[in-house]
Design a protein around this ligand. Structure first.
Ligand SMILES: [Zn+2]
Length: 283
């Protein structure tokens, strides 16, 4: 959404609310956030009632947007600045909101991204798999198993999407377990020569290994797609300096989402829809 259109919806609180409401009840089948009964009824202007469990609730109860009590115009601005990758500190200054409020708002957007992207189709065809390490001190041991660093496992479908996940370790059973869950059997999986991948062929995949010691990637045997994502993610994470270990998986999912939608002109609308249609588990 360009700024001119944005200006129009952010002009009045009522308009901003209508914008979100339009997405909220898009399917027209209003569902109870407590018992998932379909067909709740509106009893007053802003209140709904579930005939199933008698729960009375507001339009945004149970959605991610409902997790933070700020105005609808403030929500629109938060989304816009998040879309534009403005830092939380800067956003707080620009919006006249407290820094913790903006931090929470941004985190709620990430939670909505995670909730919305939980179930995705298996990757298939030609797939690259690789691990990378994030955070920690630069000093000391580097590379695989480096102290204080968080290992992340990534899979990328060539000409498709990337999926990344924080892993407890890079042992064979961990990585293979994830590959089995995320990639369709029979796919071709490209990896480097790391031994954890050695059993891929026994899990029903065709496995091709890259030899990094050779100067040039031979034919199709490369993992450049994933390496592209790692540098994309690392470059952006510098901006979030000092992300805690607990929050890191959410930042990582944000980057996965941004990378997969880097050609999407309507990131703002996608995020707005996520905020009101995904079910927040923190009721
Ligand atoms: Zn109910």
């Amino acid at each position: 959404m360009d700024l001119i259109t944005f200006q129009d919806i952010v002009f009045k609180e009522e308009k901003a609310k209508i914008f979100f409401l339009k997405y909220r009840w898009k399917t027209r089948r209003k569902i109870c956030p407590r018992c998932e009964h379909v067909g709740v009824v509106r009893i007053r202007r802003e209140r709904l009632l579930c005939p199933g469990c008698r729960y009375e609730f507001g339009d945004f109860t149970g959605s991610h947007l409902g997790l933070l009590r700020i105005g609808f115009r403030e929500w629109l601005w938060l989304l816009k600045l998040f879309e534009l990758e403005v830092s939380a500190r800067k956003a707080a200054r620009e919006l006249g909101l407290s820094y913790p409020t903006v931090l929470k708002g941004f985190q709620v957007i990430r939670l909505a991204i995670v909730a919305q992207n939980r179930d995705y189709p298996l990757l298939t065809g030609e797939v690259e798999a690789d691990e990378a390490y994030f955070g920690g001190r630069r000093k000391g041991k580097r590379g695989r198993g480096a102290a204080g660093k968080v290992p992340v496992f990534g899979i990328l479908e060539r000409a498709g999407k990337v999926r990344v996940e924080v892993v407890p370790n890079v042992k064979a059973e961990t990585l293979l377990g994830l590959a089995v869950k995320k990639v369709r059997r029979g796919s071709i999986v490209y990896t480097d020569k790391y031994q954890s991948y050695d059993s891929l062929m026994f899990c029903g995949f065709r496995h091709l290994k890259i030899d990094h010691s050779q100067r040039f990637a031979s034919g199709k045997v490369y993992i450049n797609g994933l390496e592209g994502f790692w540098s994309y993610a690392k470059e952006r994470l510098i901006k979030f300096h000092g992300v805690s270990k607990e929050k890191f998986p959410f930042y990582l999912k944000e980057l996965e989402f941004r990378y997969n939608r880097r050609k999407d002109q309507n990131l703002f609308l996608t995020l707005a829809e996520y905020l009101v249609t995904s079910v927040a588990k923190l009721l």
